[in-house]
Design a protein around this ligand. Structure first.
Ligand SMILES: [Zn+2]
Ligand SMILES: [Zn+2]
Length: 635
């Protein structure tokens, strides 16, 4: 008899050694159909594997993250099986599941688009045949013989420890693999090869270049179609593409990862900084500007020199014979500002804010547009406070976060509270106190959150906020981090009400995060159709004929005098063409002026989404758009 314990604690006895599939079937037919693999006492295994003794199990379906991985890795095998039938001389190397689907690397000449069509067709044939994934155990020597024609597999086998090696067969295709896999190819209902790219064996440019074939798969056709539509829309909205079309920013190989803000992008960045000053900081915050480069002694005190040096840009000052580090964070500099004075408890919370650019030595391969950069400026703040002020301050911050994301129409998606890790500094009671404060603040703010047990930094617990953009994609933005360590390292004090010298707690917080990255997110979220208040050009005036140029210029100055950003298009082109171009340039308001408008002192209003609003007095239009700017209306 084998006793099986289910995740909810319920138990079931089986006469004979049951397989995962039999266990799933004993619960429901639906679960048996959805089952992809099984976890037995924490170890993943195939559904046809008999369970020999009492065990705790979990049936894995596509709803589990690991289920998706097994499913997609199985699709990689399926694709390799198809490739091997069509191109017998191709050498398969590795084929893992990755975040955006799966890939398989082949040693082969580049695949042509028609090859890809053929591979997909062949995959479909193999799916229809419902070919089982069969596991076999063989010795290392047998494996070396089996894969003798594939030097890549041979290299991998040689690196394995002595003993039995598992292989998986799918029809004629055989692969070296730990598994587990879905029961048969028939499970893989929906898939698509998404792209082909070159990749070096073991990601080393000294090695042979292979063909990496990427794909995606789902257990439902609709999910695949939704995904493909999302990808198409995301490509249209790619901030690098729109940034180029709208002349917002550029990058250059001579400063990788450090975006250049062009005049129009700079207008947006300035508006964003204004926004940060007013809303992210706001009343009670003191803005400062601190040096970019510091003597390494500062980084030694803060601990960056020991733990973070690889991520910093460092240099040596020959004349003074000292090492210098460019700042990757503002915190240590703000500690020096606090340390300058002896503070009374009456001055707390003391909130120091700074948007100066920071530099981080991110790996070359990870850099992308505005979202993965080496130079960044944050809405960064360090709040020095007494322990009994934590709750109140966190509540204010959470309200602020809610209000700020609303302005950008970003939905708060997931909030994580990360608690004490195994390795932590300070006293357990201090941690408990801080964590209960964070929980209470979240509860009282009415926000739903998940607890990431043990995921806090070694110096304090934290709250992270992820938002959802217009495409439903998740972005990590705000972070609120308690820190008991840095104030101690810097020996900071304040005089408490009882006259005792105490060390303050520090909160590190950012709400938009890096403004570069936030701009990238905003470009994609709005697809370049920014709310009027932040649009680089807010109004374009279009003349019907040359003789109205003077009137157009007059309207322009009337609007510009109140700070609106206005252009005139007086080219000798048709109105239709000029309107269309203004719409392609994503300009919120397009004003057409001609005979009647000049006589009446009006403008004819259209918007970038091709809605004609008709004539309005210049004065009335101005009032309307200024109010939209002031209220930060989303267009
Ligand atoms: Zn495999
Ligand atoms: Zn900080």
């Amino acid at each position: 008899m084998v006793k099986i314990t289910f995740p909810d604690g319920s138990k079931k006895d089986f006469e004979k050694r049951p397989t995962g599939l039999e266990i799933a079937s004993s619960i429901s037919e639906g679960l048996a159909r959805a089952a992809l693999a099984i976890e037995v006492d924490g170890k993943l295994t195939d559904l046809d594997h008999p369970i020999k003794e009492d065990a705790k199990i979990r049936i894995i379906t596509f709803k589990d993250k690991v289920g998706v991985e097994i499913f997609r890795h199985s699709t990689a095998h399926l694709m390799a099986a198809a490739v091997m039938e069509l191109f017998p001389y191709a050498k398969p190397t590795i084929g893992p599941a990755v975040e955006e689907g799966f890939y398989y690397d082949f040693d082969h000449v580049p695949f042509k688009p028609e090859d890809i069509d053929k591979i997909e067709k062949k995959m479909k044939e193999l799916v229809d045949k419902k070919i089982p994934f069969k596991k076999e155990m063989i010795s290392k020597n047998e494996a070396l013989v089996l894969f003798k024609d594939n030097e890549f597999k041979v290299e991998m086998i040689k690196e394995l420890e002595e003993g039995q090696i598992s292989i998986y067969r799918t029809g004629d295709f055989v692969d070296l693999c730990r598994g587990p896999h879905v029961p048969d190819t028939g499970k893989i209902k929906a898939f698509k090869i998404t792209k082909v790219a070159g990749a070096y064996w073991r990601a080393d440019a000294k090695n042979k270049q292979l063909q990496r074939v990427y794909g995606i798969s789902f257990n439902d056709k609709k999910d695949l179609n939704d995904y493909l539509k999302l990808i198409e829309e995301a490509e249209k909205r790619d901030h690098r593409k729109i940034g180029k079309e709208m002349d917002l920013f550029m990058t250059h190989e001579l400063a990788p990862g450090m975006p250049f803000f062009l005049p129009k992008g700079m207008i947006m960045l300035i508006e964003l900084i204004k926004f940060v000053r007013e809303f992210s900081y706001g009343e009670g915050y003191k803005e400062v500007r601190t040096p970019h480069v510091f003597n390494s002694e500062l980084w030694k005190i803060s601990g960056h020199w020991e733990h973070y040096q690889d991520d910093m840009f460092c240099m040596h000052h020959a004349e003074d014979n000292i090492d210098l580090g460019i700042k990757p964070m503002n915190c240590p500099a703000h500690m020096l500002i606090f340390k300058r004075d002896v503070h009374s408890y009456k001055e707390l919370p003391l909130r120091i804010a700074e948007t100066t650019t920071l530099y981080r030595n991110e790996k070359s391969g990870t850099l992308a547009g505005l979202t993965r950069v080496r130079s960044l400026s944050q809405d960064d703040t360090h709040i020095f406070l007494a322990e009994n002020q934590i709750l109140g301050e966190i509540k204010v911050l959470l309200d602020k976060i809610k209000a700020i994301y609303k302005v950008f129409n970003l939905e708060m998606d997931v909030i994580h509270l990360s608690t004490r890790p195994e390795k932590f500094l300070g006293k357990k009671e201090t941690w408990d106190f801080a964590e209960s404060n964070l929980k209470q603040a979240l509860d009282e703010s009415g926000l739903k959150y998940q607890i990431n047990e043990g995921d806090g930094a070694f110096y304090g617990p934290k709250i992270d906020v992820k938002v959802k953009d217009a495409l439903g994609r998740q972005w990590q933005l705000a972070t609120i981090q308690l820190d008991y360590q840095l104030p101690q390292r810097f020996e900071l004090y304040y005089d408490d009400v009882d006259g005792v010298r105490k060390t303050p707690v520090v909160i590190h917080r950012a709400i938009l995060g890096s403004m570069e990255r936030f701009m990238g997110i905003m470009i994609e979220h709005f697809a370049g159709k920014f709310p009027v208040w932040i649009a680089p050009v807010q109004v374009r005036i279009i003349t019907v004929a040359d003789r109205f140029n003077v009137y157009a210029e007059k309207v322009k100055s009337e609007l510009a005098i109140d700070g609106l950003r206005v252009e005139v298009d007086c080219r000798n082109e048709t109105i239709n063409k000029k309107v269309r171009e203004a719409q392609l340039d994503r300009i919120p308001y397009i004003l057409v002026v001609g005979e009647r408008e000049e006589t009446d002192g009006t403008v004819n209003i259209r918007t970038r989404d091709n809605v004609v609003h008709g004539a309005a007095k210049v004065e009335d239009f101005k009032k309307k758009i200024l109010k939209e700017v002031k209220d930060k209306v989303i267009g």
